[in-house]
Design a protein around this ligand. Structure first.
Ligand SMILES: [Zn+2]
Length: 121
């Protein structure tokens, strides 16, 4: 019955919650950084919220931005029902690995392979 996904509904919900908490804390971090900086209520006029959000996002460290995108992608994969399956080889990613790294989209083997490929660039 659960052949398509090796994760139980309960496990998926747990991982989803972890991702949502990650997302939340990152977004809070963005706002904290912004609140600490320039006064947006000054003479900046009315910037559209979408532009402001984009600028906030770009104000993040590259690594943070990357991670936030990965969290978003993982949440999308949960919605699509493709979460927890390696994008490279199609094998299930063990729950233990996902629990340690909820954004993981590859098995350990494939991840290592991909990172080695990256390093050659
Ligand atoms: Zn794989």
């Amino acid at each position: 019955m659960n052949k398509k996904n090796h994760l139980s509904r309960k496990q998926i919900n747990e991982l989803k919650r972890m991702l949502e908490i990650e997302r939340e804390s990152y977004l809070n971090h963005i706002h904290a950084v912004n609140g600490h900086g320039t006064d947006v209520h000054g003479d900046a006029g009315d910037i559209s919220s979408s532009l402001a959000e984009t600028e906030l996002l770009w104000g993040l460290e590259e690594q943070e931005r990357q991670y936030l995108m990965e969290v978003d992608e993982a949440l999308k994969r949960i919605e699509n029902g493709t979460y927890g399956v390696c994008e490279e080889c199609g094998k299930p990613i063990p729950y233990e690995r996902l629990k340690a790294i909820p954004t993981a989209k590859y098995t350990v083997d494939c991840q290592e392979m991909i990172e080695q490929q990256k390093n050659t660039f």
